[in-house]
Ligand binder design. Structure first.
Ligand code: AVJ
Length: 329
């Protein structure tokens, strides 16, 4: 394709709100003054945090990324058939679209591939991904959306040629049940009859494997967890000393989720100038930084139904560790 034709095949809308970090300030203040203290996992992902997460995905103990890739590599043809051979693939949190190529390949081979809609918070990555994909897939049109998809879901375009809305990586596991139900309900509201959502979810398994996956022997996950403190230091003028906290990763079998926290190693006071806030930690006090929910097939089917969606496809890796599921309205 000539560069001119490639440019025409790409259209990317940017809807980033410049709120000057007011949302973060409000959320962090609420979290640090709550009992117990809590921070939202989205703050892990500055440049260093994203790099650390990439490293996590390559750890021997952290199986979800490999399991999801295995399913996509082995089952994309079936997934695309079960999804009714959609013309449009929408991907929430597309990033570099590394795993997405399996789905795009299957759509191309089925002869249905027309449009890819990457939805991501990073404008740079979305442009780069769009450029590579129009080179790799002849005739593909990319209609990207740069936004926080939790806020701007309703901007996702509809080509009327059948859509598969993929939300991969297991990120849905970060949501508590009520926000998760609201999120899935909003996705359902976007879908037309015949459209599908494709959701990646980690599955319930033995405590030992789950806890190892979130507390690896090299300590990468511990670094990733403590990185949120450095993000607060930089963005909110904090003076957290990450060495004064330890990483805690416990499986809560009752709630079926990993419960990830930072535990204060001593009685200490932390100052956040940007919030004009002083925060006291008792020795041993724990602050939650993330939940990562684990599902059973029955449990997830219930989650879909509560959001008004109908489960209609289930694909796991050979070990049964992870699932990609389809649902429709
Ligand atoms: C990116 C949210 C799917 O929950 O497994 C990995 C994040 N946290 N190790 C997960 C994570 C600690 C990950 N998700």
């Amino acid at each position: 394709m000539t560069p001119e034709a490639a440019t025409e095949a790409i259209e990317i809308d940017v809807h980033l709100r410049a709120d000057g970090g007011v949302t973060m300030e409000r959320e962090v203040r609420l979290g640090l003054t709550a009992k117990p203290k809590e921070l939202a996992p989205k703050y892990f992902y500055d440049e260093r945090g994203s790099r650390l997460f990439e490293q996590i995905t390559e750890l021997p103990e952290y199986y979800p990324t490999r399991a999801e890739r295995q399913i996509l590599a082995a089952r994309s043809v079936e997934i695309v058939a079960a999804a009714g051979e959609p013309g449009t693939l929408v991907e929430l949190g597309s990033g570099s679209a590394a795993k997405t190529r399996h789905l795009l390949d299957a759509m191309r081979d089925a002869g249905c591939l027309a449009t890819y809609v990457p939805v991501d918070i990073s404008e740079e990555i979305t442009h780069a991904t769009a450029r590579s994909l129009v080179e790799e897939y002849r005739g593909l049109s990319v209609r990207g959306l740069v936004c926080d998809f939790e806020q701007d879901l309703e901007r996702i375009p509809n080509g009327g040629d059948g859509r598969l809305v993929a939300f991969l990586g297991g990120t849905i596991g970060n949501l508590y049940p009520e926000p998760r139900r609201r999120f899935l309900t909003r996705i359902g509201a976007l879908l037309e009859p015949g459209d599908r959502i494709l959701l990646g979810t980690d599955l319930v398994k033995e405590r030992s494997r789950l806890e190892a996956a979130y507390d690896d022997s090299e300590g990468v996950t511990a670094e990733f967890n403590k990185n949120v403190l450095l993000v607060l230091n930089r963005r909110l003028g904090g003076d957290f000393d990450p060495e004064m906290f330890e990483h805690v990763a416990r499986y809560d079998s009752e709630a079926a989720r990993m419960d990830i926290r930072l535990r204060s190693l001593a009685k200490q006071t932390v100052r956040l100038d940007g919030l004009d806030l002083t925060v006291r930690f008792a020795a041993g006090e724990e602050m939650r930084t993330e939940i990562s929910s684990k599902f059973t097939r029955e449990g997830l089917e219930g989650v879909y139904r509560e959001a008004g969606l109908r489960p209609d496809g289930w694909f796991t890796d050979s070990a049964g560790d992870y699932a990609l599921s389809l649902a429709s309205v």
